[in-house]
Ligand binder design. Structure first.
Ligand code: P6P
Length: 332
């Protein structure tokens, strides 16, 4: 199986009845092509003149990097003419964008974070594009309400990773596969036929500088990890924090681990930092498809019924036994 390119993989999935429609295949190929172009600009760095920040903020109140806006525009432009999408939603756009596909009414909605981890872009640390695909009922308007579907309704999700290798990691709901961009031919080549997260791990990812702001269950869980062999866990743990969700999640999909971004006391009104619809949901879909688990500390992230397009959520995802443990502490 490995060595085939993305188009053949999607056609074979369609022939096996594992990819519902040709429109979805076209949508995913268009996303992959847009990611290839975003990755090229990221890889150009200073040579592309696209580093640094705009004098603008996004809907999250975060300063926009030039590449945030360029990546968003690339994704929008790529999908304007396909006829398979009814609308798009992005971390970088306050409102959803309906697509007038003329006679054809697109049966899908695309949600994406065009450049996750972009605060790392100027220091040459791995960043990526995260995407999620939902269905829309025939004839329904692509209003914000149409996007507000629980993560279990995703028909596909994935991310592109712009790191030492440029990769595309994807799930159609039947496991997780990884493609590596062959720069000699420009093709996405299947290199991981089935990605799986070990149930056990000794590696955790969290921004320790926020420790004093965490709720008690997280304080307890992380203190046990830090106590290592001399504590109740009886073994030592390792820590990694790249501050780029796509990179941290890719490490977990590759070798296991637990990723945590809990809510904290700094902004009690906020459920967390990460966004549900285009960060937590697609990543939780991938993690569960790879045998892991993903909760907000209280419930399965994919079961959360969204109330707002840009709502935030606490995230605990990765190796199932660790996610279940820290979630259990929230219940006790
Ligand atoms: P902090 C990037 O801005 C991001 O949204 C995620 O990719 C990443 O996991 C997190 O924020 C990093 O947050 O507070 O450690 O900078």
């Amino acid at each position: 199986m490995t060595g085939i390119h993305l188009t053949r993989y999607l056609v074979e999935q369609e022939q096996q009845g594992l990819l519902s429609t040709p429109a979805l295949r076209l949508l995913l190929e268009t996303v992959a092509d847009a990611c290839k172009r975003i990755g090229h600009l990221v890889n150009q760095g200073e040579l592309g003149g696209a580093l640094g920040s705009n004098q603008t903020e996004n809907v999250q109140g975060e300063v926009q990097k030039k590449l945030d806006v360029i990546a968003n525009d690339i994704m929008l432009e790529a999908h304007r003419w396909g006829g398979y999408l009814s609308g798009l939603a992005s971390e970088e756009m306050e409102q959803v964008q309906a697509i007038d596909a003329g006679a054809t009414h697109g049966e899908y909605l695309l949600l994406f974070d065009p450049l996750d981890g972009s605060s790392n872009i100027d220091v040459n640390v791995t960043v990526g594009t995260i995407f999620s695909v939902l269905r829309i009922a025939a004839g329904s308007p692509a209003s914000e309400a149409a996007f507000l579907q629980a993560g279990t309704r995703q028909v596909a999700a994935g991310y592109a990773l712009y790191g030492p290798q440029t990769m595309l990691v994807l799930s159609l709901g039947h496991g997780v596969v990884g493609f590596t961009l062959d720069r000699n031919t420009g093709t996405w080549t299947l290199t991981q036929a089935s990605m799986h997260i070990p149930e056990q791990t000794r590696e955790f990812a969290i921004n320790m500088s926020n420790q004093r702001h965490w709720e008690e269950p997280v304080q307890r869980y992380v203190a046990e990890l830090l106590a290592g062999k001399s504590g109740s866990r009886g073994t030592d743990f390792n820590m990694r924090w790249i501050a780029s969700m796509v990179a941290d999640v890719h490490r977990i999909l590759t070798r296991g681990g637990i990723f945590m971004y809990p809510r904290d006391a700094r902004e009690p009104g906020k459920a967390g930092k990460l966004r549900l619809m285009y960060e937590a949901n697609p990543m939780s879909f991938l993690v569960e498809q790879a045998g892991g688990a993903a909760t907000n500390g209280h419930q399965r992230i994919l079961d959360i019924e969204p109330a707002q397009l840009h709502e935030r959520v606490a995230v605990f995802l990765g190796s199932r036994h660790e996610v279940e443990r820290v979630t259990g502490y929230h219940a006790s």
